[in-house]
Design a protein around this ligand. Structure first.
Ligand code: ADP
Ligand code: MG
Length: 405
């Protein structure tokens, strides 16, 4: 269905035309009538399927620009996503009088306060900075009609949950709540339901959770061989841009120091950098000034990079959700993308779970440890019988993954 077939105000339609949005994506088509009608909603759709605009278009329509108050509130888990989200709403609202603004940590709070005081209709925020502003009495949510949690399952995890509950408790009157994500683990579903009032559920994630556009490569390897293998792999690939994920900041630093000997145009990002540096890296990566970006999971969710051809999991993601989000930085909007994951023998049970729960069809570069019956439950038995065949068993250094946990 085309946007022109909706009864959209001409100023929104014109902005969408300018952005090159003609056909609605399936999640946009499925959720528009529900959001427009004012229902609470939990919507799931694969990475890169247009969830931002699915929320933003009806949200802008709901705002009354003549009322000088925050009417829409969007919560996102990271600063970079906050900036990206606000940019998308601002583009869609460009020809309207709706004012959208983002508040996030690492940026001058006084400047943010001054801007809010001038009037904002839609506020996009990370939870920490929003709570600061709420405590300081800067914000009023008395007119909020619509609250959106993007990457909702992440926001409802232990680290964020209390913050989210506090923020939502500040909206005292009746309002609409929308949750969006590409993943919703079972243990979070109940929390999601508790945030909503008579909700509708839309899930476009049916048989396989990953977009069809992504090919999933894996290699079973000793940790010490990862570096050589990565260089060989990337040199043999037609690479546009590459995102390489590690499980911790210090691993990002270490990998950067070693890989920059092999590649030019390489940089890194994690939450230990200043916000200025983080923003500049994301900008340079978007402008293709950086070809290889080594990242922690600060870049693992929501960020829209259209030129990423390859996502590398240097470290095996901790669960299926993290795998889906990381790899979803490529293969967006139907473009082709490749994911390449290093699997060490300590990752086998995670891998088994990942492949089965997320219904991934793995392409193995080299041997497939799962088909060779190196199943996690069986390894101990084999180890006891033939200890002399395993040079790494005695005095073995802990793998990176083990140190982490
Ligand atoms: P998601 O949140 O589902 O991961 P995004 O909202 O980040 O996806 O959108 C992914 C990409 O698709 C963005 O580059 C966005 O500009 C583009 N996009 C969204 N909706 C449309 C549309 N209807 N037509 C064309 N491109 C779209
Ligand atoms: Mg998104």
């Amino acid at each position: 269905m085309k946007f022109s077939e909706l009864n959209l105000p001409p100023n929104i339609l014109k902005a969408l035309e300018k952005m090159g949005y003609d056909e609605m994506t399936p999640i946009q088509e499925a959720t528009y009538p529900i959001i427009f009608a004012g229902h609470d909603l939990c919507a799931l759709a694969e990475t890169g399927s247009g969830k931002t605009a699915a929320c933003a278009i009806p949200l802008i329509q709901k705002v009354d620009p003549s009322l000088d108050a925050i009417q829409g509130m969007v919560l996102v888990p990271t600063r970079e996503l906050c900036m990206q989200y606000v940019a998308e709403i601002q583009k869609i609202a460009a020809k309207t009088d709706v004012i959208t603004y983002a508040v996030y940590g690492g940026f001058d709070k006084a400047a943010q306060i001054a801007r809010i005081k001038q009037g904002v209709h839609v506020l996009v925020a990370t939870p920490g900075r929003l709570i600061d502003l709420l405590y300081e009495g800067i914000l009023s949510f008395a007119q909020v009609k619509c609250a959106i949690l993007d990457e909702a399952d992440e926001l409802l995890k232990v680290g964020f949950l209390e913050d989210i509950e506090f923020i939502m408790s500040c909206i005292l009157h009746e309002h609409q709540t929308l949750l969006f994500s590409a993943t919703m683990p079972d243990d979070i579903k109940k929390l999601a339901h508790d945030c909503l009032c008579n909700p509708q559920y839309i899930s476009l994630i049916t048989n396989r959770a990953a977009p069809e556009s992504i090919e999933h490569y894996f290699t079973y390897i000793h940790p010490k061989q990862k570096h050589a293998e990565l260089v060989k792999y990337l040199e043999g690939e037609e690479v546009s841009q590459v995102l390489i994920f590690c499980n911790a900041r210090h691993k990002v630093d270490t990998l950067f120091r070693s890989l920059r000997k092999d590649f030019n145009d390489i940089d890194y990002i994690h939450a230990g950098l200043t916000q200025d540096k983080r923003s500049s890296i994301i900008r340079r990566f978007r402008n293709q000034k950086i070809r290889y970006l080594i990242a922690s999971d600060v870049a693992g969710r929501g960020l829209d990079f259209s030129h990423v051809s390859h996502v590398i999991n240097w470290d095996m993601p901790r669960d299926g959700e993290q795998y889906m989000h990381r790899t979803g930085r490529t293969g967006r909007m139907g473009k082709k993308g490749k994911a390449f994951t290093f699997v060490t023998k300590h990752d086998l049970s995670l891998l088994n779970k990942l492949i089965h729960t997320k219904k991934i069809s793995p392409c193995w570069l080299g041997k497939d440890p799962l088909s060779e019956n190196i199943k996690p439950g069986q390894r101990k038995k084999q180890k006891r019988r033939r200890p002399f065949l395993r040079p790494f068993s005695k005095g073995r250094k802990k793998t990176e993954q083990e140190k982490e946990t």
